[in-house]
Design a protein around this ligand. Structure first.
Ligand code: NDP
Length: 434
């Protein structure tokens, strides 16, 4: 903490991993080599830069850009960009740290990174977002590349922003280097199902958790938080598998829709019109209620899928979920559940899927996009869907088996952390002190 003051989310993410590692260090004393943990918790490189741009009125604004290249032990740096006013160095470091373990867990040849800016795209015109993205990439292009560092989307960065970023990269470098960014539009190097992948993947993970109890999603009541990319496609996939999704939210409130969330209406409002969740309730009719400032965790459900942001599900919310009979909580967002809340869920016997595993479908499909780019191929939705389903099953089984092997059956947090750590640590030892 003395070394990294004012970065509580980073401390939280590191502590959660370190708390899991004792059985792995006991079984592999070589991983306890002095300096190894210190190297894992120190980013290889951190870049902070000025992002000046002009809004539609001609006013010059200055934001701060970040790219934290955490680890390239297992492959080129890989991880999303977040545009949100809350972004600071500590947030980007926590996300980058998580990404290293997530990418290791997937078995892919990818290192970990994260980046972004305190810019808020909400309420900005397309031209303003374009000018901001162009300024952001004018600096970022020095640090990224298909063999170096490959950003993707995250909060506030979707296909629109990736398009503007890619256009500026192409213009500056005079190269068609499609592998430099993932999450591109389908017509210019993007993969089928990349937009859907994180939400779809999390629902597949939740289904695996249910299968271990001899249950499935059919007929289950599901609570989803958020209404962005991950939430939207979690709702869509859960509905396809027969579940009844009754909630969605944004930072201002939540909706409860007892008839089941209408995905097409939500997509129209959020993705096309870029509107608020309150508009959903107004247009949906009497089955949907908007609760200003409300939290979805108060709504009784069997399965909860936190899909908005970090620390959105605290111990009090977890206790409410348990009281209402939740059996599975699976994280679509990164670190949405506080450590106290995880303890409440574990001690109540709730199956808990940590984000590192449960939301890895996004980066897995980014890797598919990179494979298609390097082969100049375009895979069908069916092919991507089959590979994504296989990947999520494999990640689930890896977490489950690792937790059992290290004496904590059913603890997917420990399973995900140890599986990610052991692969990373072995590669670090093999590569020497770098
Ligand atoms: P979006 O920007 O598409 O959506 C974010 C959603 O979360 C919005 O509904 C937003 O509401 C809400 N939200 C954001 N910040 C807050 C906050 N401080 N308090 C309450 N609600 C908030 O982002 P994504 O769906 O892409 O990302 C959601 C989560 O999933 C993040 O944790 C991200 O790191 C994680 N993730 C995303 C992946 C991806 O492929 N996109 C991959 C893996 C993880 P509002 O509009 O009011 O801000």
């Amino acid at each position: 903490r003395r070394r990294n003051p004012g970065e509580p989310e980073f401390h939280q993410a590191v502590r959660e991993v370190l708390d899991s590692l004792a059985p792995a260090l006991h079984a592999h004393p070589e991983f306890a080599e002095p300096g190894l943990i210190e190297r894992i918790t120190e980013p290889e490189r951190q870049v902070m830069f000025r992002v000046p741009w002009q809004d539609d009125s001609g006013t010059t604004l200055v934001h701060r850009g970040f790219r934290v290249e955490f680890s390239s032990t297992l492959g080129p740096y890989k991880g999303g960009l977040r545009f949100h006013p809350s972004v600071n160095l500590g947030i980007v470091k926590f996300l980058g740290f998580e990404q290293v373990f997530k990418n290791s867990l997937t078995g892919l040849g990818l290192g970990g990174a994260k980046g972004g800016s305190d810019f808020d795209p909400r309420g900005r015109s397309d031209r303003e977002v374009m000018r901001f993205c162009q300024s952001f990439m004018t600096e970022l292009h020095r640090h990224v590349g298909e063999h170096t560092d490959i950003p993707a989307g995250d909060i506030g960065v979707g296909t629109r922003e990736i398009g503007f970023l890619f256009g500026q990269y192409r213009r500056i470098t005079n190269r068609w280097e499609s592998g430099v960014l993932t999450g591109k539009g389908r017509e210019w190097g993007g993969s089928a199902l990349r937009a859907q992948a994180t939400g779809y993947g999390n629902v597949l993970f939740a289904a695996e958790l249910l299968h271990t109890r001899g249950e499935d999603l059919d007929g289950r009541r599901v609570a989803v938080s958020g209404s962005g990319n991950v939430a939207l496609y979690s709702i869509a996939k859960a509905r396809d598998l027969g579940a009844h999704v009754v909630t969605a939210s944004d930072s201002e409130g939540c909706v409860v829709d007892e008839k089941g969330v209408d995905v097409e209406l939500l997509r129209q409002i959020k993705e096309i019109e870029r509107g608020r969740i309150s508009a959903y309730a107004q247009r949906r009719g009497s089955c949907a209620v908007y609760v200003p400032g409300g939290r979805v965790w108060d709504v009784p459900c069997d399965v909860a899928l936190p899909s908005a942001t970090q620390n959105e599900l605290d111990a009090d919310a977890a206790a409410t979920l348990v009281r209402n009979g939740v059996t599975v909580v699976s994280e679509g967002a990164n670190m949405p559940t506080t450590p106290d809340a995880v303890r409440v869920l574990h001690s109540a016997g709730v199956a808990f899927g940590p984000g590192k595993a449960a939301n890895a479908g996004g980066v897995v499909t980014s890797a598919f996009e990179m494979q298609q780019n390097s082969r100049r191929e375009s895979w069908s939705s069916l092919r991507v869907a089959e590979r994504l389903a296989l990947a999520m099953r494999t990640i689930h089984d890896t977490c489950r088996q690792t937790a059992e092997r290290y004496g904590a059956p059913g603890n997917y947090v420990l399973g995900a952390n140890i599986a990610g750590f052991t692969r990373l640590a072995a590669a670090m030892l093999a590569q020497g002190v770098v």
